[in-house]
Design a protein around this ligand. Structure first.
Ligand code: 4NP
Length: 151
């Protein structure tokens, strides 16, 4: 069983969406005994909170179940997970500083985006259009990430 942790800032918009999409795609491929995902935030603003209602809405439209409560990323996560995947380069820098990570264990999800790279834009101060864009970026990047994992 390989374990993947997706990380953003607040752990209510992007990383819980990534966790839910990953678990959904893994289930569709019948790989649920091989992989599991969780998510966390570098900040503590939303510890214990449900995902943002706009994240829940965009996933519901795709019939994807989301079940997560906000939690903060911590340095023990490096021992509990095989892959640490940041949503943007600021998350990556914050995680590397928390972990004193010199060998760069923290990857960016858009390293796997077949048609782009860089950051997953933070949709928190945006609208439903921004959450839909995040969904599209994550769905195609996670599909390629799963291909990378099973290769
Ligand atoms: P996330 O979005 O990092 O994708 O969960 C945010 C959620 C909350 C805040 C910022 C970004 N906030 O400032 O509370």
């Amino acid at each position: 069983m390989k374990k993947i942790l997706f990380v953003c800032l607040g752990n209510i918009c992007r990383s819980p969406m990534a966790e839910a999409i990953f678990n959904h795609q893994v289930h569709e491929k019948g790989l649920q005994n091989d992989f599991m995902a969780d998510s966390a935030g570098t900040a503590n603003y939303h510890v214990g909170d449900q995902p943002d209602h706009r994240t829940i809405e965009v996933l519901n439209e795709k019939n994807i179940i989301i079940n997560h409560q906000g939690r903060q990323f911590n340095k023990n996560d490096v021992n509990s997970f095989d892959y640490l995947i940041a949503m943007d380069s600021q998350n990556q820098r914050d995680m590397r500083s928390i972990l004193q990570d010199e060998d760069n264990r923290v990857l960016l999800i858009r390293d796997f985006d077949p048609i782009g790279s860089g950051d997953v834009p933070d949709p928190y101060y945006g609208g439903s259009k921004d959450f839909k864009e995040v969904y599209e970026i994550l769905a195609r990047s996670i599909e390629q990430f799963i291909h990378f994992l099973i290769r």
